[in-house]
Design a protein around this ligand. Sequence first.
Ligand code: PGA
Length: 250
Amino acid sequence: MGKYVIAGNWKMNKLPSETYDYVKEVIEATKGAECEVVCCTPYVCLSEAVRAAEGSHVKIGAENLHFEDKGAFTGEVSADMLVDLGVKYVIMGHSERREYNNETDETVNLKAKKALEKGLVPIVCCGESLEQREAGITMDWIAIQIKKAFAGICACDAKKAVIAYEPIWAIGTGKTATDEQAEEVCAGIRALLVDLYDEETAKAITIQYGGSMNAKNAAGLLAKPNIDGGLIGGASLVAADFAVITSAAK
Ligand code: PGA
């Protein structure tokens, strides 16, 4: 299906002073990887991460961006700033930002459009809460998130995007979705993309699973036909664990 992409989401972990050495460790540990390997780091770590990754197979991503080009947005970071640093990927719509930072489907849509316009690969996150899963409305909810995130984005741009399916109840909880649960939703997302675009576009889009993916459970999840990678939180902070996951993506 889509190209395999394993992306670490460091969240608010690691210091700028630790970043260069840690990215070098990731490069060494993931040398033989057959997938795209990405480290998404805090803003303040990005320049060191890019410096360490230069000339290697590892790409660097940011964990957020602002959707405006520039201006009076204190504390914000634009797509141009990320591109200028050498950043290639950017996460948006993560459930933590939806919960704590007023991220909405509308801001995700604006951010995805801006990222694509500037040549960054958007990693668009979606996912249901435990209540929504128990109410049996998982796929309805995901469909709303994806339709809104991709509103006004043409097939030629959508093809370049990555979608991360992250059930909220599995993030950082150690509670992973089963291989079957994850595949069911990722297959549902693929079918939705066929409806929104076409078969070719749906196949080209990388669909990741995220939520307590680790060195032990990655192989089972990544063997599923509609899971083209992972967005990895906790397990991306230990290079050896992250490398086991990247080697399972082939
Ligand atoms: P986790 O985080 O792997 O620590 O569950 C995943 C994510 O939130 O992207």
